[in-house]
Design a protein around this ligand. Structure first.
Ligand code: ADE
Length: 246
């Protein structure tokens, strides 16, 4: 997968694109993350990328020309262009999976009051937010997006960390995990996890996922019970027990 990132702070991406899982995927050629410094496409001697907002009100806006020139230089015509912005639709798993299905896309990172609207209109940019809060720029949101999308790209995660486990009960929050030692500060690992009975373990995890989701994300829980069609008999029983406790 090829991801082009346009930013005025390309160096911010270095730790993310060189370390850990993503770094390995980049080295293995599974991910091709290309950073383009918008400032390299300015045409004045001060390398200016922003100017005052028309209509007053203060704040600076990123000018269209350096961004247009950079986008043309990387060959963004016809490609999906994302613009990280608190005004966008909030990134969720559905969008992440949709993006993971693309061979390539472009991410534009803004600063100050954002970019000139003509950039977004001309390049048909899709605005994406990572949450209802405002950050100082689009770089951290872009890294969040890249990381979440990369996890679905085959070969990025090792077997041990595969996403398949998480998608078994997709739509629910994860059950609790435990590792060695079996007892720590008087706190025990639940017996069922040491039982070796995988069916029992799966059902225990399913129940824990349901309990956590019901408590923390009633919206997800309601959605889950709405489409409970492909649950096994045992899973249905657990869900019914939980619903009857209400
Ligand atoms: N830029 C600034 N804040 C943002 C947010 N919450 N999501 C995406 N891009 C942003």
């Amino acid at each position: 997968m090829k991801i082009d990132v346009l930013t005025i702070f390309p160096e911010m991406f270095n730790p993310v694109t060189t370390d850990s899982m993503l770094g390995r995927a980049v080295r293995n050629g599974i991910l091709d993350i290309r950073l383009t410094n918008i400032r390299d496409y300015t045409s004045d001697k001060h390398n200016k990328t922003d100017d005052y907002t028309f209509g007053g009100g203060g704040g600076m806006v990123m000018m269209p020309d350096p961004i247009f020139t950079a986008l043309r230089h990387i060959g963004a015509e016809g490609k999906k262009v994302l613009y990280m912005s608190p005004r966008g639709k909030i990134l969720d798993e559905q969008k992440v999976r949709e993006l993971a299905g693309l061979d390539e896309f472009v991410i534009l990172c803004g600063h100050y009051e954002g970019v000139d609207q003509r950039v977004l209109d001309y390049w048909n940019a899709e605005e994406v937010s990572i949450g209802d809060y405002v950050l100082t720029g689009g770089e951290l949101p872009a890294m969040v997006l890249i990381d979440s999308v990369a996890r679905f790209v085959p070969g990025v995660l090792g077997n041990k960390d595969s996403v398949t486990d998480e998608s078994v009960y997709s739509g629910l929050l994860e059950y609790p995990h435990y590792t060695q030692p079996r007892e720590y500060e008087g706190l025990q690992v639940p017996d069922v996890l040491l039982s070796g009975n995988h069916k029992k373990i799966d059902l225990w995890r399913f129940r824990e996922s349901l309990i956590i989701t019901k408590e923390r994300r009633p919206d997800l829980f309601r959605k889950f019970i709405g489409d409970r069609g492909n649950l096994s008999k045992d899973e249905k029983k657990i869900l019914d027990e939980l619903l009857n406790q209400e």
